[in-house]
Ligand binder design. Structure first.
Ligand code: ADP
Ligand code: ZN
Length: 760
């Protein structure tokens, strides 16, 4: 597009709108607002404009309206895309901040945060309702009715409001014709209305009114926590809290109190939880107490999402519970944000805009001038650090479990010294096996964590050293027996398993390495009379399967639940008396400065799944490196000690939270092109860093360029480099300066990740 293509001398003078489009450039374009649209146009509204020559119409967001004519003639807005603004002033400010901080287009951010279903009016449909009549509306004399008709009539009266026809039929277990007869007899009324689709799915299913759960009486730690937070709610204003409470310390009760209070004041709350914790159990706890709760989970259709968005914008929802994207929920009068398990990596989005929902939430709370509670048993080191510096978060500690329940006792099992059966390999050593038998014999249930799915994770040829790899990635593939395929866990590429080595044709191919599928087989053969269930993304892909398994586990019909990190988070089953970690070392040795932190968090979280009931509980951790500090400290539930040590290490190596990190990945299907551009870009950065260096402040540091730890991914060759900056260094200025003029060659692209979480 050239500059001149924006010229349009026929545009009327008077009112002008600034419009941003879903493009990776952070720039707004000026359009004239036609006479007919002037009195209805608002900031935050979507409009259709011609963008460049030959463009029939692109959708953009109005981000400003003014009456100062630009220097040159401009084109006119063609039409409105929606009748009303989709984003309010606060969301505009928030997305503007994101565009600045994450260095992407404002229009791009807006496009990403407003759900598709809210943008298009696809979310409505015609629905038929029936409603009972007032006594004076009924015919005289009353016609007689059959028992089936009487039942429908009574049920409808009981409801006391219009009910969608299919729903009434469902409640009655049939009887459409009986209902139609009632209509023709004049005993009930039928009408059609245009409604949002989500409403027609199951009212009360995802948007429900409170049931009658009563608040618990708080223990002394909780009283202290609640007093601190209530004072902030009373005072008003931005106030960030870090609620550090061990697993089972009753953090949720504190969230609930705060939310109830906010709702009582006629305000709304946003609650962010990791997607994995959006279980019916969690949701029920909020629903029981907090007014109209909307749940935004990933299984929702676009139109359902859109419906929630609109209802929240209309002020009809008091509490929005959801994963990452719920941070953008368009509330009317926001009073509080809560982030449970704030340390979770799933709050970071790995596609543009690469935002971290915790950081965005902090900014949102700041803009809305409301308190925000970050809760965790193992806070991220970023948040922990923030809670210890002047002017940072207020830390609230709940170091004990409710009702003085003890923390579970953790035993380390050193796999190097477990007795071995010659010629046989078992994932479960004799110590853990005995622990399981004891727990099960006493009527308890067992959870086993193995953070690796599939059957064999290492398929190789001992004759020539060949290792089966993905055709598109530098990653070895995992054998999945269920689907009889070798699968790349990154890109999903699959190939049939082979009996002969593709490289040397020997028949010696070995399937080694342990995944959850193989573990399940071993457990089933060791415990033939027990019900074993596996929970990982392979078995839990269908909507509802997660809930079904958890229900069965809760009612005791599953004895042993094994799975990936999916089982480690937030579940509360009082009858789990043993948690076994099959291999604590998975993930510990990844080339990522957060590997130890993640391992510590995972071990602590999974250990927290036991001892939650009167029966108590214990944890057994199998490891080859029991002396590793993060494993040793997790065994003692020593978060503070771990954080102190790890922060020391981070400081020494100039990693977050002491330094800020930006990562640039250059990728291309051609290796040389990728490498060449990475070098050019890094060179430009070095130059800019030199120019920006000011005496007295720490200069930016550039690390790399080098091949990414996973060099080839999805068919792309990837080089990366990192820029480390001291918190006050002009990181953004340098990034902006260099990237504004970077000329990306054809067939090459780069990705910028501010505060990266994925280092592979
Ligand atoms: P956390 O979120 O800190 O892991 P939860 O909020 O899930 O802990 O609380 C653990 C269990 O303790 C829940 O079953 C909860 O209902 C219960 N609980 C919370 N507070 C109290 C209290 N004051 N008295 C008794 N039980 C409580
Ligand atoms: Zn792959």
């Amino acid at each position: 597009m050239t500059e001149t293509s924006l010229f349009d001398t026929s545009a009327p003078p008077g009112v002008f709108a600034e419009v941003v489009f879903d493009r990776p450039i952070d720039q707004a374009y000026t359009y004239a607002v036609p006479e007919a649209l002037r009195d209805r146009i608002t900031v935050g509204q979507r409009v259709e404009c011609s963008f460049g020559r030959g463009d029939k119409g692109s959708i953009g967001y109005v981000i400003g309206i003014g009456d100062v004519a630009p220097q040159r003639a401009v084109k006119s807005i063609l039409r409105f895309a929606d009748d009303v603004a989709l984003v309010d002033d606060q969301l505009l400010k928030l997305t503007r901040w994101m565009a600045d901080y994450y260095l992407c287009g404002w229009g791009q951010v807006l496009h990403a945060v407003v759900p598709a279903g809210a943008r298009d009016k696809a979310g409505t449909k015609n629905a038929t309702f029936v409603v009972s009549l007032l006594p004076e509306e009924l015919p005289h004399p009353l016609p007689t009715v059959t028992p089936k008709q009487k039942q429908a009539l009574d049920r409808l009266k009981q409801e006391g409001k219009p009910v969608e026809l299919p729903r009434l039929v469902k409640m009655l277990g049939g009887g459409v014709s009986a209902i139609h007869t009632l209509v023709s007899k004049g005993l009930i009324r039928k009408f059609t209305e245009r409604i949002e689709r989500a409403e027609s799915v199951e009212p009360g299913d995802d948007l429900s009114t409170p049931t009658t759960a009563t608040p618990l009486s708080l223990n002394p730690d909780q009283v202290r926590a609640w007093d601190t937070i209530r004072t902030a709610l009373d005072t008003g204003g931005f106030h960030p809290f870090l609620l550090h409470g061990v697993t089972g310390s009753g953090k949720t009760e504190i969230y609930l109190r705060a939310i109830e209070e906010v709702v009582r004041r006629g305000q709304e709350a946003i609650v962010l939880v990791p997607e994995i914790s959006l279980t019916p159990q969690t949701i029920e706890r909020f629903r029981g107490r907090c007014g109209q709760v909307a749940v935004l989970h990933s299984h929702l259709t676009d139109s359902e999402r859109g419906a929630y968005w609109r209802r929240a914008a209309e002020g009809k929802v008091q509490v929005v519970v959801g994963a990452r994207s719920a941070v953008f929920a368009p509330t009317r009068n926001l009073g509080l944000i809560v982030i449970d398990e704030e340390h979770e990596n799933s709050f970071k989005q790995e596609s543009t805009p690469r935002y971290h929902a915790r950081d965005v939430a902090i900014m949102r709370a700041r803009l809305a001038k409301v308190p925000i509670i970050l809760g965790s048993a193992t806070p991220s080191l970023e948040s922990w650090h923030n809670a210890h510096k002047p002017g940072g978060y207020t830390k609230i500690s709940m170091p004990n479990r409710v009702e003085n329940r003890p923390m579970p006792q953790v035993t380390l099992v050193d796999l190097r010294h477990e007795p071995k059966t010659p010629g046989k390999y078992f994932a479960i050593g004799s110590t853990l096996e005995k622990g399981m038998r004891d727990a099960l014999k006493a009527g308890g249930q067992v959870m086993l964590l193995l953070n690796r799915r599939g059957f064999s994770t290492h398929v190789h040829c001992p004759a020539c050293g060949y290792v089966a790899q993905c055709a598109h990635c530098d990653l070895s593939v995992t054998f999945h027996r269920g689907k009889s395929a070798l699968v790349c866990h990154y890109c999903g590429w699959e190939t049939p398993p082979f009996a002969k080595c593709p490289s040397c044709s020997q028949l010696a191919i070995r399937y080694q390495g342990l995944g959850t599928e193989k573990l399940q087989e071993e457990i089933e053969s060791k415990f033939p009379d027990k019900v074993v269930q596996r929970m990982d993304s392979d078995t839990m892909s269908k909507p509802g399967s997660h809930e079904r398994v958890l229900d069965a586990f809760r009612d005791g019909s599953i004895h042993i639940l094994l799975g990936t990190q999916m089982i480690a988070k937030g579940l509360d089953f009082p009858n789990v008396t043993l948690v076994g970690v099959v291999n604590a070392d998975v993930g510990l040795h990844l080339p990522d400065f957060r590997a130890a932190e993640r391992t510590f968090q995972l071990l602590t979280q999974v250990a927290g799944r036991t001892g939650r009931g009167p029966k108590g509980g214990r944890v057994m951790i199998q490891t080859f490196t029991p002396e590793h500090p993060c494993i040793a400290l997790a065994t003692r539930h020593a978060y503070i000690e771990f954080a102190t040590q790890e922060l020391h290490h981070r400081k020494e190596h100039q990693y977050p939270p002491y330094h800020r990190l930006a990562r640039l990945i250059v990728r291309s299907e051609k290796q040389e092109a990728s490498e060449a551009f990475a070098n050019t870009l890094a060179g430009a950065f070095k130059e800019a860093i030199r120019r920006h260096a000011t005496p007295g402040t720490a200069p930016l540091r550039l690390l790399g360029p080098a091949e990414c730890p996973v060099f080839k991914l999805n068919g792309y060759y990837r080089f990366h480099f990192q820029i480390q900056s001291d918190i006050t260094s002009p990181l953004h200025a340098v990034l902006r300066e260099v990237l504004a003029v970077a000329k990306t060659p054809n067939g090459v692209e780069y990705q910028l990740d501010i505060d990266p979480y994925s280092m592979l």
